[in-house]
Design a protein around this ligand. Structure first.
Ligand code: NAD
Length: 499
């Protein structure tokens, strides 16, 4: 990638972009069959920046038919693994080559900072295509120990047509989390980006064609959940769903499946994750940066955001002083300014929902100690990073996923108090633990009911490790790691009787 540019340069790139506006079905850009469109708004300015095809069940039928045809013809599902690998590696390179354009597109579509978009799209998205590309020709089947008179092979086959449903908080990264393993497995895909952020997934489909992925293998149908999303969930010719989004909508996909062809449904959903600080932890700059980043990265619009910071009462005051100081240094502003740390919320409606949670927190008796409202001097959907102290585990702001920059600090007594409070949630996606004692770190890692436990550093890990949730945060399916391939493969036994 080129050296980082100035704000004016990114605005110039934004002005020159041709924004995708059509669906992408069977290798071609096309309007919705109904001819309808929906408006696309830049939440940082409130400006309508374009219109996008408003796909519904008829477009989904077309996309599924194209995906099915490509799958049955074997143009991708049965090509030699090394050919799939080479094509996916070309796609990784094309994403790298177009990272700046894609990052600006994503930023104006979502309000995310250019800094984060460049990092996600320049580094992480290509890493996903590259890593799964490399797995395509390194996955082996098994021969079972059945004795002299038989040979029993256990092989994995692509499951067929995958319906991929995406959220708006990491639009292209979530597309890569799902598409890369689905394509590596040999599936064809029908992907629905969130209606708030359809642009980069549509552009990715163009790049996939340029890389040599055959027509029909990737189809992108922008549209609303109740129409395009539901049509995918209920489609009888889709073999698997991989969904990322809210727990409420994830539950709909189970219903859609039970009322259609019983397709397996992989769910990656919400969270209300704990960040635990034991009394032996050094409350140093690294810890405080991790705490603040875990809450305010991506404006808190992050499923693994550590929004319940559970702090031993003996170190809480020191921690709070430093957190407030650090929070005040967060620069909220123009997402296309490379110095901006926190951009706009994804829509004005979402901003208002977060503001109403802040009012709830105040009325519940939590103590507002930083932020608490719209960012002064900015017209778009901006909110100041907000910190509440004296949060009680039973409060609504401690139990519900706010999905915005609202951090709640809960004081506890000792490791058992921390564990009990951390477990007191319907969710189970992620947890961070800070302690200098390896025994306590391991004790908490084993007891915390969640998919990822990060010790002495907030992280979701990288492409190599699985990511997903316990309880109401997920199903057994996992994104990332070799585990993600399992979502898109099925297992076959071939039993040969010998003479
Ligand atoms: P959402 O559930 O509102 O929407 C997700 C997707 O589902 C969108 O594409 C939407 O159009 C579609 N949808 C909405 N209603 C539907 C319906 N009735 N039928 C079919 N499809 C429907 O979620 P969101 O607001 O886009 O994203 C935020 C949520 O995603 C948060 O809860 C967050 O925690 C979660 N998330 C989870 C992970 C993870 O890996 N666990 C990652 C990112 C985001």
């Amino acid at each position: 990638m080129n050296a980082r540019k100035l704000t004016a340069d990114y605005h110039a790139i934004a002005t020159g972009l041709v924004l995708p506006s059509h669906a992408f079905i069977d290798g071609k850009s096309r309007p919705a069959i109904s001819g309808r469109v929906f408006e696309n708004v830049n939440p940082a300015t409130g400006d309508v920046i374009g219109t996008v095809a408003h796909c519904d069940a008829a477009d989904v039928d077309l996309a599924v038919a194209a995906a099915r045809r490509s799958f049955e013809e074997g143009v991708w599902s049965r090509v030699a693994p090394e050919e799939r690998k080479a094509t996916l590696l070309r796609l990784a390179e094309l994403v790298r080559a177009h990272a700046e354009e894609l990052a600006v597109l994503e930023s104006i579509d979502s309000g995310k900072t250019i800094k984060d978009c460049l990092n996600e799209i320049g580094e992480e998205v290509p890493a996903f295509f590259q890593w799964y590309a490399e797995l395509t020709d390194k996955s082996f089947g098994k021969v079972a120990p059945t004795g002299e008179k038989t040979v029993a092979m256990v092989v994995k086959e692509p499951i067929g047509v995958a319906g991929l449903i995406l959220p708006w908080n990491f639009p292209l990264l979530m597309a890569a989390w799902k598409l890369a393993p689905a394509l590596a497995a040999g599936c064809s895909a029908v992907l629905k980006p969130a209606e708030q952020t359809p642009l980069t997934a549509l552009r990715l489909a163009d790049l996939a064609m340029e890389a040599g992925i055959p027509a029909g293998v990737i189809n992108v149908v922008p549209g609303y959940g109740e129409t395009a999303g539901q049509a995918i969930g209920r489609h009888n010719d889709i073999n698997v769903i991989s969904f990322t989004g809210s727990t409420e909508v994830g539950a709909y996909f189970l219903k859609y499946s039970s009322e259609s062809n019983l397709k397996p449904v992989g769910l990656e959903m919400g969270g209300k994750s704990p960040f635990i600080i034991l009394d032996d932890a050094d409350i140093d700059d690294a810890l405080v940066s991790n705490a603040v980043n875990s809450a305010f990265w991506n404006g808190g619009q992050n499923c693994s955001a550590n929004m319940r910071q559970i702090v031993d009462a003996r170190v809480k005051d020191t921690f709070l002083d430093k957190v407030i100081e650090k929070t005040r240094t967060i620069k909220v502003g123009d997402p296309l300014d490379p110095a901006t740390d926190m951009g706009s919320m994804v829509t004005a409606e979402h901003r208002d929902r977060i503001l109403s949670y802040i009012e709830t927190g105040k009325s519940e008796g939590a103590k507002l100690i930083a932020g608490g409202g719209k960012t002064k001097g900015l017209d778009g959907s901006f909110i100041d990073p907000t910190v509440f102290d004296a949060v009680q585990p039973g409060m609504q702001i401690a139990r519900e996923e706010i999905f915005g920059p609202v951090l709640g600090v809960i004081g506890v007594d000792g490791i058992e108090g921390a564990l009990a409070t951390a477990k007191d949630t319907d969710y189970g996606l992620h947890a961070t633990v800070f302690t200098r004692d390896i025994d306590k770190a391991m004790y908490l890692s084993k007891r915390l009911p969640c998919g990822t436990v990060a010790i002495n550093g907030f992280t979701e890990g990288n492409v190599t490790v699985p990511f997903g949730g316990y309880k109401r945060s997920g199903s057994l399916a996992r994104d990332k790691g070799t585990e993600a391939l399992d979502q898109y493969l099925q297992t076959k036994t071939i039993w040969i009787t010998l003479k």
